[in-house]
Design a protein around this ligand. Structure first.
Ligand SMILES: [Ca+2]
Ligand SMILES: [Ca+2]
Ligand SMILES: [Ca+2]
Ligand SMILES: [Ca+2]
Length: 457
């Protein structure tokens, strides 16, 4: 049945020339023995030839890994080279892992084609060299995958994915899309999970980055473009994703020269000097939660005198940090506007300007302790946010909703997108018949009982 669905999909998907190649063995040999290994299927797909029982490749092929007993593995003796357009479809990340055999210290995949490549529905673990190394590719997509415990080798960037044009590791790539992928405990000097330098489009949706580390820059993501001309045309989009317990002295997510759009995401218990390090960057950070810091900074913005000033808007986020943590620092050659944020932690200095008049408040911010961010007539300073504890309130992402009586509810203007749970806003949270925006990342729904949903009273 699955096979029929896949073939139908293939026919309907507009791929003029492609074949379905079905892998039915978890061995790693190329040998005529009446089966089809992954290495045989990739060989058939690369050269559009017939290999053993795989069938014959033709154009941009689909390789289906029909190895779906729970916990199955393919141990690779050396890297798999992809040199033609292909989709490699696994049986689910829980059902199949690709890992290096003893003695293989190279990549799991190396991609070198001018066609599109998609890897989906399997797991890669334990690579001692960037798990996926990109030399050339057109559109590259990872979907429904997991990367565990992969580490970059010496002089490599990106423990899981090395796609860095800017620093010379990758020659060409049109776009990199990451959708529903878990990156856990990967490491590198630059980009513990992903190194994605260059001018191509980079997007992350619905993904998790947990316990990744980098020794130099970007525990989860390293995304630098060092030119000074393309700031408005280089896009980094991060949406509906979670970054937890990643560690690097210089940023969990480190970006240079980008138009940045971070929304509906959770940043929790990341360590190092800063969670987001945005240099020479424009764009917006919206509807996200930054929590769990007792020192360092959640957001750091600065620039270079040789470039256009970086301009960021920070809107409708919730910050829950304590002690000496700073929620946001505006450094040299950066300008930041804030609106509708809840600076809800007990830290005294939520906003820090290196130079005067670089932070602009457009109102509707609340600051629990102090008044470092709250100087607009429509801001609230020294006001407790009255949040419920960070927890799962019916969704799949930790949130800290306002209580019904919170001063956050129905006291803001200008929220024109979803809250962190992806729910459209505003709602009428105070029951007066008028739907207005709540300050912070979480919009209190109408007639919704969080306490009941959360299972305690
Ligand atoms: Ca064979
Ligand atoms: Ca082919
Ligand atoms: Ca509301
Ligand atoms: Ca209302």
């Amino acid at each position: 049945m699955k096979k029929i669905i896949l073939i139908t999909w293939l026919l309907l998907s507009g791929i003029a020339q492609a074949n379905l190649l079905i892998v039915d063995s978890n061995e790693d040999v190329v040998q005529v023995d009446n089966n089809c290994t992954l290495r045989e299927a990739i060989t058939a797909a690369n050269f559009d030839i017939t290999v053993d029982q795989c069938g014959t490749g033709l154009g941009d092929d689909l390789i289906w890994l029909l190895i779906n007993s729970s916990g199955d593995a393919i141990q690779l003796d050396n890297q798999l080279g992809i040199i033609d357009g292909v989709t490699i479809q696994g049986p689910g990340a829980d059902n199949l892992v690709l890992l290096p055999a003893n003695g293989h210290s190279g990549h799991i995949f190396q991609i070198n084609t001018d066609r599109d490549v998609t890897l989906q529905d399997f797991r890669i673990g334990g690579a001692q060299s960037s798990a996926v190394d990109v030399v050339n590719v057109r559109d590259l997509e990872f979907a429904n995958m997991e990367f565990h415990n992969n580490q970059a080798g010496s002089n490599e960037y990106g423990g899981a994915i090395q796609a860095d044009v800017e620093d010379g590791h990758t020659l060409s790539i049109n776009s990199l899309m990451i959708d529903n992928v878990l990156f856990q405990s990967n490491s590198a000097d630059y980009g513990g999970a992903v190194a994605a330098g260059g001018t191509y489009d980079f997007s992350v949706n619905n993904s998790e980055f947990i316990s990744n580390t980098a020794s130099t820059i970007g525990a989860a993501i390293y995304r630098y473009y060092r030119g000074f001309d393309s700031i408005d045309t280089v896009f980094t989009t991060i949406k509906n994703s979670q970054f937890k317990e990643n560690s690097c002295s210089n940023g969990t997510v480190s970006v240079l020269q980008q138009t940045l759009d971070i929304s509906e995401s959770l940043f929790q218990n990341n360590s190092g000097v800063t969670t987001i390090n945005a240099l020479n960057t424009r764009g917006a950070i919206r509807n996200s939660i930054f929590t769990g810091r007792t020192s360092g900074r959640a957001l750091t913005f600065s620039g270079y005198p040789t470039a256009l000033v970086s301009i960021i808007s920070v809107e409708f986020n919730t910050f829950i940090n304590q002690s000496s943590a700073v929620d946001m620092q505006v450094g040299n050659y950066a300008t930041v506007s804030i609106q509708g944020n809840a600076f809800a932690g007990s830290n005294i200095i939520s906003c820090q300007e290196i130079n005067a008049d670089t932070l602009v408040s457009n109102g509707y911010n609340l600051e629990a302790v102090g008044e470092s961010c709250t100087f607009h007539i429509d801001d609230l300073s020294g006001t407790h946010a009255e949040l419920l504890p960070l927890g799962l309130y019916g969704g799949d992402i930790l949130i800290a909703p306002p209580t019904v009586s919170s001063p956050l509810v129905d006291t803001a203007m200008g929220c024109n997108s979803n809250d962190i749970s992806g729910v459209g806003r505003p709602y009428d949270g105070n029951g007066d018949g008028t739907s207005e925006c709540d300050i912070g990342a979480v919009e209190l729904p109408e007639d919704f009982d969080y306490i009941f949903i959360n299972g305690f009273e």
